[in-house]
Design a protein around this ligand. Sequence first.
Ligand SMILES: [Zn+2]
Length: 323
Amino acid sequence: MTADAREIVICELDGVLALIEHRLHHLYNDTGERNWQAFHAACGGDMPNLPLIQRLNQARAAGTPVVLLSGRGAEVRAQTLQWLHDWQIAHDALWLRPEGDRRPALAFKAEVIERHYPGSRIRRVYESAHHLDVARWHAQQGTPCTLFGPNQGNGATREQFELKTVRHACEHVMLYPFYGDDDYAWEDRCGQLAAGTCLLCQAGEAEAERARQAAAARLAAQARGLPPLEGSERQVAWAEGVRLSAFGGLDKVNAWVARVDAQAEAEDPDHWRAVKQGIARAADYLAAQTEARWWIDHRHGISNSLDGGRALVNAVAEQEGYF
Ligand SMILES: [Zn+2]
């Protein structure tokens, strides 16, 4: 049986066909620097995802071309071709991100698909959970997309290798490559993964939670009579939370002032009046800050506590000469 000539299968390399955990330390380490060059240069040492290679070979045997489409840079094209050859990974096309292309992977991938495969029916896309935006884009087009989660197991040896299918609590299915010599623990790990939602849903939940918090902060700011903030949507959402925390601290300072007012007034009326005036002027100054950027730049040291409120008031009063 021959498949529709215009039907293709698309597969990512990094984190999908090639298992990259051994070189992730070039991107995520204590220095905080991402050395993409070293990360890509180490691609020749990747473990191939053998069960997936089998699936791709089956698709090709049935007449469906396999297109390798990767965010990996073209500067390692030679190593990539050698690696594909060494592991006998047959394919019909290999697209790597052009050298110097710094766009998000999604922009590059969407362009290749739209420009070079218009009218093709994509039977399935195999994508890494590192690229959730790509997975979402495919979902929007109605293209079946199988996500690969991070490698599991201790990775100590490469002799034992299994591709586990995990149906998450959200009913979405993801594949997880397992390897190492601790396979007695693999079923437990699969159970843990299955008990939670998939990475796509987790990202969606986190986004929804951020939106909920931003909306609550906006309402609280309105209720206080604070002016709207200016900036990008993202900046404003972030800054609202910072501002709310600052005014929460200010509330606690004012509650403290009310508590000690009589005694402080009796002890040193002139000084106490100056303190109260400084606090009131600092509060006015803060209320007048409508640039989201300002709140984001000053987010450190702002907290919803008496000490945080005092520190904030002191910093503003000193800076503005209120005391
Ligand atoms: Zn899900």
